[in-house]
Design a binder for this molecule. Structure first.
Ligand SMILES: [Zn+2]
Length: 129
């Protein structure tokens, strides 16, 4: 997540932080969750919504000096890991418990078997959910 002084140019969920001097005037939290979306049928003008009630246009002077950061949705905590789980096969070979991918130690690095060839790039685990 990165902060930017550039105002949102597309609808979405954002973190908003007003400069400390403005916070003192309006009495708001340092960081607030806001939603930016079009408020007119023509979908021309973007508005910043706070608590889904108050709203001001994105270009309003109220946001002068503010910083914005896109709110991203965290990864699904119930999602199955797509990492291989390596099992020992022989001295220099391992095999993924889930997808059967084979990798071979060449003395320096692991090489992955792919369509009969050994490649450096590790393929994703093909584990079935
Ligand atoms: Zn695997």
């Amino acid at each position: 997540m990165t902060w930017t002084t550039t105002r949102p140019t597309k609808p979405g969920e954002y973190w908003l932080s007003l400069p400390p001097v403005s916070r003192a005037i309006v009495g708001c939290a340092a960081v607030r969750a806001v939603v930016v979306h079009y408020a007119d049928a023509e979908r021309v003008k973007l508005y910043v919504f706070i608590n889904n009630i108050e709203s001001w246009p994105v270009e309003h002077s109220y946001w002068d000096g503010a910083q914005w950061a896109e709110r991203s949705v965290p990864a699904d905590p119930f999602a199955i890991s797509h990492h291989h789980v390596w099992l020992h096969k022989s001295k220099h070979q391992q095999r993924c418990k889930h997808c059967g991918q084979v990798r071979r130690w060449n003395g320096t690095r692991w090489l992955y078997r792919r369509q009969g060839q050994l490649v450096r790039q590790r393929p994703e685990c093909k584990r079935q959910p």
